[in-house]
Write a protein that binds this ligand. Structure first.
Ligand code: NAP
Length: 303
């Protein structure tokens, strides 16, 4: 039986991977994350606490579980926090990944790792996989360093870059659409930038692409995102329209108005042709992703 080790299984992506893979009887799945307990019922799912920055713990868990594949969804994902907590960000996003690389090599496991459009400077998007990276901020630098650590290690691997990830999950940090929805539902005015471009990505597409990469033994770098390049303010307005909320509460601003600690890639976006062609998928466009989100939220609220 193929054994799958998921790191960061309490996060947005990790939860989705866990649900998808655990539903398939041909896989034995071990979920791991920072916290003592799993967000899902651990009588139904196998879960062990694992901090990927703890080299000895990673080594011993991997050598006892002997995974066929390690799927790494663990990361420090708050880009502004990374800018001001550089040592901690490096430890999680680079040292943690180096620990996974070392452990993968020892047991001959494949590593499927998730990276970001923040490895690019956002001057010439949308980007293909072979575009030259040039991260602007510290988060992007750590993610690029983790990519390089994996590529240089000569282990079987895939690096899946994604961006503007959203979806539902238990106790996850609210993604952009959920922030828009909850703010507008509360009647609050929000300010949204109209000078950033990217492809919003429903987490179901990302998780499915990673499962296909594993099942099809694919290696290399893949850009996995929604198929539509969208300006952020337009995205917010469409969210309001599809959820029956007041788009008049959304004010247009520029990125510079926000004075955020970390710089953002402005003209980002991915060309997803390689991933869609090789994996046999058609990623969701903006409306398809938002409709799926709406159905999932309705289901969560009903239960
Ligand atoms: N979200 C986006 O818009 C986006 C965009 C581009 C790329 N990505 C990439 O996609 C991947 C998944 O992102 P996500 O949105 O699912 O992130 P997320 O919801 O923040 O989940 C990350 C998970 O990793 C855990 N974690 C942090 N440090 C850890 C450690 N040392 N050991 C084990 N687990 C640790 C976190 O636990 P705590 O919550 O307790 O810290 C969290 O449960 C990441 O690689 C991220 O860089 C995300």
């Amino acid at each position: 039986m193929k054994r799958v080790l998921i790191c960061g299984s309490n996060g947005l992506l990790g939860q989705r991977l866990s649900m998808m893979l655990s539903a398939q009887t041909e896989f034995e799945v071990l979920n791991t994350s920072m916290e003592r307990s799993f967000v899902f019922d651990d009588r139904l799912y196998d879960y062990t606490q694992l901090d990927i920055t703890r080299r000895g713990d990673v080594r011993s868990l991997v050598s006892s579980f002997q995974p066929t594949v390690i799927m790494n969804a663990a990361a420090a994902t708050n880009v502004d926090w990374c800018e001001s907590h550089r040592d901690e960000a490096w430890k999680i996003n680079v040292t943690g990944v180096e620990n996974l690389v070392e452990a993968s090599r020892k047991v001959g496991a494949r590593l499927i790792h998730v990276s970001t459009d923040y490895v690019f400077d956002g001057r010439t998007g949308p980007y293909r996989e072979d575009a030259a990276p040039n991260p602007l901020g510290y988060y992007g630098k750590t993610k690029l360093a983790s990519e390089n650590a994996i590529r240089g290690a000569q282990i079987p691997h895939a690096i899946v870059r994604t961006m503007i990830l959203y979806g539902t999950g238990v106790n996850v940090k609210p993604s952009f659409p959920l922030w828009v929805i909850s703010s507008l539902r509360a009647g609050q005015r929000i300010r949204v930038v109209d000078d950033q471009y990217g492809n919003p990505t429903h987490v179901a597409d990302l998780a499915m692409a990673m499962v296909r990469i594993f099942e099809q033994n694919r290696e290399g770098t893949y850009h996995v995102s929604g198929r539509q390049l969208v300006q952020r303010h337009e995205f917010a307005v469409r969210i309001a329209e599809l959820f029956g909320l007041d788009a008049g509460l959304i004010d247009r601003i520029s990125t510079s108005d926000l004075q955020q600690p970390a710089p953002r890639p402005m003209q980002s976006g991915f060309i997803t042709l390689k991933a869609e062609t090789e994996l046999g998928m058609r990623f969701m466009d903006m409306d398809q992703g938002l409709r799926m989100l709406k159905r999932e939220l309705q289901l969560t609220q009903r239960n």
